[in-house]
Design a protein around this ligand. Structure first.
Ligand code: 2HA
Ligand code: ZN
Length: 272
């Protein structure tokens, strides 16, 4: 007999988890997800039906470590701690799980399919989701990954200054500004998984960035769904690759002019 999955009777939920698996495969193929690198969480509350709500816990009650008042009764798909993106791509419910936030907004239980403990970055991911809900944002997905060329950029202090990397990346190819219109926020190096890093990330998102760079580590991106979050990182990293290709040809790329970028913003109605 084929083993039952929570996804078997819920097509919308299955589509969400399938998208996470597809993105996890891209992260591995791009070389952005070595070992257990990166994490993904998706707020799936709107896809949860009464059958899922009735499911019992399959884990003890775990503390989040902080209280997040907007997450009461929310459900999340989370990559499992120590799990590999390349495994998640094929077996998303063996390398991740679905959790329910308890009424105290400070603890959670796992409800499906297996008791896979969520990512070590869960408190920071959940803090971001709490912030997004508080703000009335339609964003439901958050992605942390290690895009090689974007991380390399942060090893140069010049690119850590506010919007220096953004302007360079936008000027490489018009699509970058069109599809990543808020640019790339910069957060100076902080210890992975630390509360300070989570707080600085939320501050950068609040400062109006969808993609935030963690110096010498990786990106944290938010968007409506996981594919859209991935697309923003992919577009930015493509721009970094064009910059590097020009440098490898032995010259500093000209970049689009300020007038060309302003025209783009006017015609496409872009934020900045
Ligand atoms: O969870 O990438 O920064 C794996 C990481 C942490
Ligand atoms: Zn990381």
């Amino acid at each position: 007999m084929v083993k039952q999955s929570i996804l078997d009777n819920n097509q919308r939920l299955k589509q969400e988890v399938d998208a996470v698996a597809e993105v996890a495969g891209y992260l591995w193929q791009k070389g952005w997800a070595e070992r257990n690198g990166g994490n993904i969480t998706v707020n799936i509350t709107e896809h949860v039906d009464d059958a899922v709500k009735a499911l019992p816990a399959i884990s003890p009650v775990y503390q989040i470590g902080t209280t997040l008042p907007h997450l009461r009764g929310c459900y999340f798909y989370c990559k499992g701690t120590q799990m590999r993106m390349r495994d998640l791509a094929r077996w998303p419910m063996d390398n991740g799980s679905i959790i329910r936030i308890m009424d105290d907004c400070a603890s959670y239980v796992i409800i499906a399919d297996k008791a896979v403990k969520p990512t070590s970055e869960l408190p920071s991911h959940l803090a971001v989701h709490d912030y997004l809900l508080a703000k009335g944002s339609p964003y439901r997905a958050s992605l942390h990954t290690h895009p090689i060329e974007l991380v390399a950029l942060t090893h140069n202090k010049k690119f850590m200054e506010k919007d220096v990397a953004t302007r360079m990346l936008w000027s490489m190819i018009p699509e970058t500004k069109a599809f990543c219109p808020r640019g790339l926020g910069m957060v100076p190096y902080m210890l992975p998984s630390s509360v300070e890093l989570a707080d600085a990330t939320i501050k950068a998102i609040d400062d109006d960035y969808d993609v935030v760079m963690w110096e010498k580590h990786g990106v944290f991106a938010v968007d409506t769904d996981i594919m859209a979050a991935f697309d923003q990182v992919d577009v930015l990293n493509k721009a970094a690759l064009i910059y590097i290709a020009a440098k490898n040809m032995g010259f500093e790329p000209d970049g689009m002019t300020d007038a060309q970028m302003k025209e783009l913003s006017d015609v496409f109605g872009l934020a900045k």
